[in-house]
Design a protein. Structure first.
Length: 279
């Protein structure tokens, strides 16, 4: 019986030695692949990021691509390490794909926002600090992420808009161009001199230094309304001066027309009262 026990011990020792010598080498190789692969992934990603920054690629796009490139490399490194351990990577990829499909169905709304965020980052219809109308909200763009865009409204409210609602609707970038046209409608009375009114308004525009000489401002009759002759006044200004010029022109045109005896009609109703007499 003693010799049988000796034989069993020897077999166990041989098995342990085999497993240790075989799999310890594979485990060490897999760990080395992970360590070296992670180091290379980070170095290559940093190199690509620096090249993009050197070529003045938008910082939001740089950060997005940095993450995508790094994790793409890491997936390949993990697959290589798993193959070194003897894991069937084909089955592994199948399992990962099935899990990804299940997660995608569960998070379809979030993935929709993510996909929209990718489109916004790549095509850049607006940038940080632009004044926009997106998803039914108007305000300054404070930040753009892969899932949401943060706006600050003109009355200082913070609004977070899901990216999916942005790409599925019209995007208006108010400050995308360096100049804007100010559209005013000024009504004068039917008894007033149209040519004189135009001259007065032209004088106000000439005195406003923020109004651009080119394109030349337009002053024209746009409508013969019920109680007024409406003139359109359309000067061009720098985008940053739009609102200040808009408010200033309303006030200055009103003061100039008053000073020249030109009336600005307003809605009014005359009531006539008749007294009945008994015959």
């Amino acid at each position: 019986m003693e010799w049988l026990k000796q034989i069993n011990v020897e077999k166990y020792m041989e098995m342990v030695t085999y497993w240790v010598t075989t799999y310890s080498v594979k485990i060490i190789a897999a760990l080395l692949i992970l360590a070296i692969g992670k180091w290379l992934a980070r170095r290559i990603t940093n190199l690509i990021t620096k090249l993009m920054e050197k070529n003045k690629v938008d910082i939001t796009l740089v950060r997005f691509l940095d993450s995508i490139i790094y994790y793409s490399f890491m997936v390949m490194v993990v697959i290589a390490a798993a193959g070194q351990l003897g894991i069937n990577t084909t089955s592994f990829l199948t399992i990962v794909g099935a899990a990804g499909l299940a997660i995608g169905l569960a998070l379809k709304d979030s993935l929709s926002n993510f996909a929209s965020g990718v489109m916004l980052v790549l095509f850049r219809p607006y940038r940080v600090n632009d004044f926009v109308n997106i998803g039914g909200v108007t305000g300054n763009v404070m930040s753009i992420s892969l899932f949401t865009t943060e706006l600050n409204t003109t009355d200082n409210q913070k609004v977070i808009v899901p990216n999916a609602s942005i790409t599925s609707n019209i995007i208006t970038n108010v400050t995308a161009n360096p100049t804007r046209r100010v559209d005013l409608v000024i009504g004068i009375g039917y008894g007033d001199d149209i040519k004189k009114a135009k001259e007065v308004i032209q004088g106000v525009l000439s005195e406003e230094k923020r109004v651009l000489p080119e394109p030349a401002p337009l002053i024209a009759v746009s409508e013969l309304a019920d109680s007024s002759v409406n003139l359109v006044v359309r000067p061009w200004v720098k985008t940053g001066d739009y609102w200040s010029v808009y408010f200033a022109l309303h006030e200055n045109i009103k003061l100039a027309l008053d000073a020249n005896g030109i009336s600005i009609p307003f809605p009014q109703r005359d009531i006539h009262m008749y007294q009945e007499t008994n015959s």
